[in-house]
Design a protein around this ligand. Sequence first.
Ligand SMILES: Nc1ncnc2c1ncn2[C@@H]1O[C@H](COP(=O)(O)OP(=O)(O)OP(=O)(O)O)[C@@H](O)[C@H]1O
Length: 417
Amino acid sequence: MTHIHLAIRFSKTPTPEDYITAITSSEHPLLSEFKGKQGTFLSNATLDEYVKAELLHDDFTLTKDSKRHLLSLSSGERRTLLFNHLLKGNPQFLVLVNPFDSLDIENVAKLKARLTLLSKDIPTIQFFSRTDEIMPYVTSHLKLGEDIYIIQPISEYFAQEQNTPTFGFNNPLPKPISEPKHTLPSKLIDLKKVNVSYNDKSILNNITWSITQGEFWELKGANGTGKSTLVTMMIGDNPKAYGQDVNLFGKKRGSGETVWDIKRNIGYFTPSMMHLFKGQHSALNMVISGLKDSIGLYITPTDLEVNLAKQWLELIGLNTITNTNYYYLSETNKRLILICRAMIKHPPLLILDEPTVGLDDKGARVFINLVQKIAKESKTAILYVSHKTEQELKPTFIFQLERTEAGSIGNIITPSS
Ligand SMILES: Nc1ncnc2c1ncn2[C@@H]1O[C@H](COP(=O)(O)OP(=O)(O)OP(=O)(O)O)[C@@H](O)[C@H]1O
């Protein structure tokens, strides 16, 4: 029997759960395979529940065989354990919510192979943000129109998507209020023969890497090769940097500098920090707060600061919503604003950690275009960390972590443009 396999664009409202409730009670003939059936969710939310159960109730359902805590495992390992566990329950259909987020190429390939096999046995519903992640076996696209479901062949959906225009950035990048004082050395980050191990297991092996002012780097590597470990060393958050040849912005780590001495040189964005910004702040104030290094704005800004923030909002096409509450903006607009917030001071270094995870195609394209513009028009060095190959991203150098028995080694690649 051939099953129906649906793709649905991921959204926060209606949530995947809302969709599933509606689909399993729908009378639509194309959805009859789901009627009254029980599905199971492969999603980050499900994984979070198991992490919570481990931390709060010592419930080691997923990790009882691996003898390690879920949080100490790489994203790939966690996802595999969850998948194996869910399948033991013989679900009647499978719900996949952005199943490839944060997985490296090898783990994506493994999961795709398993899903393809499984699709022969049970129907699936895949919630996706990126069109190129829709599984080839998917037959139909479903979206919510006004009070009705619109189900179309997936080929029709792909054809529509190809014709979606992308927002372009026409204005030049706003300049900083004052030119940055160049008391910094040309090598902002300078690591020599850095080694890190956890519980006697070597993670980083003799890493030598420097990031010079204005350079554009991408940091790549499979799950668990030590990308986050390296980034936390650079932002002053990893005590493993002490006693090693780690120089950050001209100061050897452990020479009496504070974490703030390091952080004030860095603009940082990763999607997981978005939960920090829950207060009632306008879009404009969010951007201005980047000048004050605060979350939200608590002191009256000068006219110069307000004007500068408006220029940034104009750049990203949001000058009409300066007073709108940041909290209610779309995911893409929130991220663009956080980049403006990080960049308004033109920091020496901008670190973007998996920044497009959770964005849809259009949002990711706009985001990458903005990163490219910053690389071209500012003196800020960029470090972009990601698994996902973004076609439009054109770093000057790639630092590739390669796993070996003795920990990951680093190779520098210069992509041919
Ligand atoms: N505090 C810690 N204690 C024990 N092990 C750790 C700790 N932090 C990281 N590790 C281990 O170090 C290895 C590298 O982890 P890290 O998070 O740096 O990798 P990554 O390349 O960022 O992985 P991913 O792509 O999955 O996010 C992993 O095997 C991880 O389990």
